[in-house]
Design a protein around this ligand. Structure first.
Ligand SMILES: NC(=O)c1ccc[n+]([C@@H]2O[C@H](COP(=O)([O-])OP(=O)(O)OC[C@H]3O[C@@H](n4cnc5c(N)ncnc54)[C@H](O)[C@@H]3O)[C@@H](O)[C@H]2O)c1
Length: 355
């Protein structure tokens, strides 16, 4: 029997999906030793459904539980920073939902404190897992598809007014941001995951659909370190929901599945414009499959790196890159001109854009 990682899940919104899709499904690898939520009725329902050994409404009990190895933080964004630091101080490892935190200053603090803790941190970016994205990655890594030319990234989602009635949503202080960090963060991570880091950005953000503090609209043009230009659009007002990545290389164009919450899952459309590579492309595509997608995919990959003490499949540097991009986009929109990365410690938005 394989060694089980003892996990506590904190927050039973999306945290319930982590449990059903990964921890319960893979009971041979994970032991759900504790669940925590400030809402006692949610906690009771989850205890019956998932059979966690212990439950609590107070996060301090998670930290004090010697059986807990990994704290999986699935609470609202404004709680992440302190919960991560407290978990690391208690010697626990951490898995944390997006957005990890609301500023580069906070990520850098976490990176520093992780270096002094027995615990390690893995941010969640579950959309990296699935057959479609694995095939795209394999084609890029093969080098046969030629030079990258351009990319177009759309996060066209629909959030009704009720969505923003949840008390922590729609406010800088608690949600930390709008469509950039709550919705489009996944597709933007997929772009940099597949095509590399960002050099500069010009962005317009606005709240056009709803009268609220945080942004619900993004139009941006990004230049990657490779010189590749990419356009990004995002809204919460789309009548139907799609996430779409269209990546154009010299010899091959790849377009993601349009599934809004799992664009990496199903096979992508692979269009070849050079006859001599068709059979190699077909072979790479047919040989590349991923058994698990989404949370299960990421958490199974996590299992191996946790046991072997190797680099996690998603790192703090990955989360930092996504927060740096959001910072640059917010600042660009504010000053109305291009922002060149990196965002240094002296930058007015290093401590956050919610000012
Ligand atoms: N990766 C994804 O696809 C994805 C999808 C949805 C949400 N999220 C992220 O997950 C996080 C939670 O979002 P959600 O939609 O599940 O929110 P939610 O409001 O539905 O659930 C959060 C839960 O946390 C509990 N909670 C709040 N403060 C707590 C505390 N101090 N201690 C213990 N429990 C506490 C609440 O009672 C609630 O049950 C956010 O950061 C969000 O951005 C990620």
């Amino acid at each position: 029997m394989s060694r089980k990682i003892a996990v506590a899940v904190v927050g039973l919104g999306i945290g319930s999906d982590h449990i059903t899709e990964a921890y319960v499904k893979h009971r041979d690898k994970f032991g759900l030793v504790r669940i925590c939520d400030t809402n006692p009725s949610l906690l009771e329902r989850a205890r019956k459904e998932f059979g966690a050994r212990e439950t609590c409404v107070d996060f301090a009990e998670v930290l004090a539980d010697p059986d807990v190895e990994v704290v999986d933080i699935c609470t609202p964004p404004f709680t992440h920073h302190q919960m991560i630091l407290q978990s690391l101080a208690a010697g626990k490892s951490v898995i944390c939902e997006k957005p990890l935190v609301g500023s580069l200053k906070e990520v850098d603090e976490i990176i520093r404190k992780e270096g002094r803790s027995a615990g390690r941190v893995m941010p969640i970016f579950q959309m990296r897992y699935g057959t479609g994205i694995a095939q795209a990655r394999a084609l890029i890594e093969s080098g046969i598809i030629g030079k990258p030319q351009i990319a177009s990234i759309e996060t066209m989602w629909n959030r009704p007014p009720e969505y923003y009635q949840v008390p922590w949503r729609a406010k800088w202080k608690t949600e930390l941001g709008g469509v950039l960090t709550s919705q489009a963060i996944h597709a933007h991570d997929l772009l940099t995951h597949l095509m590399g880091p960002v050099r500069s950005v010009f962005a317009r953000t606005d709240n056009r659909q709803y009268d609220m503090e945080i942004e619900d609209t993004l139009s941006a043009t990004v230049l990657l370190e490779s010189g590749v230009p990419a356009s990004m659009t995002a809204t919460v007002a789309s009548a139907d929901e799609i996430t779409r990545l269209r990546l154009v290389f010299e010899h091959v164009t790849m377009e993601s599945d349009h599934s809004p919450y799992n664009p990496g899952g199903a096979p992508w459309r692979i269009l070849v414009r050079k006859d001599s590579i068709v059979s190699d492309v077909d072979r790479i595509v047919s040989e590349t499959k991923e058994n698990e997608q989404g949370f299960a995919g990421q958490l199974l990959a996590y299992y191996d790196t946790f046991i072997e003490n190797t680099e996690h499949p998603v790192t703090l540097q990955d989360a930092r890159a996504s927060i740096e991009l959001a910072t640059a986009m917010h600042f660009s929109s504010r000053i109305g001109s291009e922002v060149v990365l990196p965002i240094g410690k002296q930058h007015p938005y290093y401590s956050g854009w919610a000012i």
